[in-house]
Design a protein around this ligand. Structure first.
Ligand SMILES: Cc1cc2nc3c(=O)[nH]c(=O)nc-3n(C[C@H](O)[C@H](O)[C@H](O)COP(=O)(O)O)c2cc1C
Length: 348
């Protein structure tokens, strides 16, 4: 099986997917701690990087404990993409540069960024070549299966990416038109694995560690990438690792442990972000994910969705634990699966 084009401490690396508003430094570090082997920044505009827009540049910062890390860039202007890759390489020195050809968001595709590029495979190749010419780092790509059902052709798209110099390719096997509807067609990942010489990273609809193992076994992909399945359960990576190694799946943390992980995560965000009130409000979504499925979680979530300061979180957790002491001692109902992503993907 072809190897991922940078040093990584695993035969079958597990990636935390790039996710705007989610895969930020603190969450990446949490996921690394719980077994993710590779992380990727959220997608960053090449124009924003090249113009040294402060909001964009601040999202490029990462800690040594996040490595190996890729910086993901998007844009349809090959020169701007090359400039951005050169700056990222010189200043931030990640392990790889990833090009986003998958983002379905309207304001991105309107300018041919993200999956918008998939309508023009010559442009896809020009962008890859331009980026590769401006960095010594491996250039990887992340694609969808095509722009629309009529243009659905993941193998051709993937071969064109490989020909242009992509050193690894992640496939989310849905089209842009599908957004997040229907299900990811894992058989398309298998077809791309067969067709390509470079490593293929399989992605799409992994909600549990068992799903991750099934995806890998069914497709033969060289690495697995998890996005929504890591929401509120970063330990999915360690669970997947165990199953891949033929070991029993470690239990999900108890409710108390979950709260401690959420508090740790909150503390990392607090020391990372400058605008603490804005960051606390942004953090509400993670809090909601961490408590999903817990007993009386609707009420708990309501309280957590109202926090304006990080200092409020601990008291809400302590109150919940005090009130549920008896049933928490009786069972481990905290070990739930994060199954319902509809609300999140609609917003994505
Ligand atoms: C909130 C959110 C933000 C995302 N942002 C990005 C992004 O910045 N770059 C990217 O390539 N994909 C992005 N994606 C797509 C994911 O990386 C992934 O391909 C997709 O969610 C399918 O994987 P999953 O089923 O494991 O969630 C995003 C997805 C979500 C849910």
């Amino acid at each position: 099986m072809p190897r991922i084009p940078f040093a990584v401490d695993s035969e079958l690396p597990l990636y935390l997917a790039p996710m705007a508003g989610v895969s930020e430094s603190p969450f990446r570090r949490i996921c690394r701690r719980f077994g993710a082997d590779v992380v990727v920044t959220e997608f960053l505009s090449a124009e924003g990087i090249r113009r040294e827009n402060q909001a964009t540049i601040s999202k490029l910062k990462f800690g040594a404990d996040e490595r190996p890390i890729g910086v993901q860039i998007f844009g349809a202007d090959p020169v701007a993409m090359g400039d951005a890759a050169a700056l990222v390489t010189d200043v931030f020195q990640p392990e790889f540069i990833d090009i986003n050809f998958g983002c379905p968001v309207k304001k991105v595709v309107r300018r041919n960024g993200g999956s918008g590029c998939l309508r023009d495979l010559d442009l896809v190749q020009t962008v890859i070549r331009s980026v590769a010419s401006r960095t010594h780092l491996p250039v990887t790509v992340k694609i969808r299966s095509g722009w629309s059902e009529e243009m659905r052709d993941p193998v051709t798209i993937a071969l064109r990416c490989q020909d242009a110099g992509a050193r690894a390719l992640a496939l989310h096997p849905r089209t842009r038109t599908q957004m997040y509807s229907g299900s990811a067609r894992w058989e398309e990942i298998a077809a791309v694995v067969d067709a390509l010489e470079i490593p293929v990273i399989g992605n799409g609809d992994i909600k549990t560690a068992e799903d991750a193992v099934r995806l890998q076994r069914q497709t033969g992909c060289a690495a697995v990438m998890i996005a929504r399945g890591a929401f509120g359960q970063p330990w999915i990576f360690n669970q997947t690792k165990a199953l891949l190694a033929g070991l029993p799946k470690p239990e999900a943390p108890s409710v108390k442990e979950r709260f401690a992980i959420a508090m740790d995560h909150a503390g990392m965000v607090e020391s990372y972000e400058a605008d603490l009130e804005g960051a606390a409000i942004e953090f509400r979504k993670h809090l909601g994910w961490y408590v999903k499925g817990l007993r009386d979680s609707a009420e708990l979530r309501k309280k957590l969705y109202a926090v304006n300061r990080f200092g409020e979180i601990d008291g809400i957790f302590a109150d919940y634990l005090a009130r549920h002491q008896d049933d928490l001692a009786a069972d481990h109902s905290g070990a739930v699966e994060v199954a319902d992503y509809q609300d999140v993907t609609a917003a994505a």
